[in-house]
Design a protein around this ligand. Sequence first.
Ligand SMILES: [Zn+2]
Ligand SMILES: [Zn+2]
Ligand SMILES: [Zn+2]
Length: 255
Amino acid sequence: MLKIRRKKAKEEEQKEKQIVVEGQENELVESISLLAREDKGSVKKIITEVDTTVKEATKESLKSLKLLEEGRCPECGRKTKQFLFTSVCPYCGWSSFISPQQRKRIIVHLKDGFSIECDSTFDTKKGDILCITNDVVRQKVPRENVNYTEFAWTEEEIRERKTQREREATGICDWCGAALPKAQMDVVYAAFGASQERYLFCSSRCKLAFQGQYPVRIHRNCYQRLCEECDECIKKYDASDERIIRIEELAKEES
Ligand SMILES: [Zn+2]
Ligand SMILES: [Zn+2]
Ligand SMILES: [Zn+2]
């Protein structure tokens, strides 16, 4: 998966490079040969500088992706607010929109009463909104001419997205099979065989029933000992997670 993504990114990079450089190749070749004749060192220096810039930018993108994964703002690092198709940072105003899958569902309403329909828009951060249809930038609108942008989601798309979100946030009890929001469930980390497993329970009754049914594990007192102090199993999960410690402490008290 990662490989495919990386390959795709490489291809995109290639594409972008071509578009920007198109029509300037001669100039580029001329400049390089001129510099190479007069000052070999500076050509090398420029290439090193470009490499450094690319590396820095890659680091920055990775950092942003990691922050997004954690539900945090890529610009200020604080918690973002999640809506069905949008993430917004209430602290610095950063936002990210998903565009409707169907074509021509973004409608840019202009101040003069006209509107532009497109597949997606791109904010250049320099005062222009680009309207994109079928991978082609067809209009460039100065932001001050825009009244508002409409995301024309259909009721069906909204319903689908809601169901998907609910499915993602629901956990299944490993004892009775009940479905419950993950946040309300008890988590138990225990080693059966050589490696640690994670179990979800809808209630402490289900958790105790599970522990009663499966008392034999690789280390006999797995439920009672702290994962952090255990070196008998292959750990799959981070034992310093506050939630695990709290649950283990509870288990200790109960026994
Ligand atoms: Zn922010
Ligand atoms: Zn249960
Ligand atoms: Zn263990």
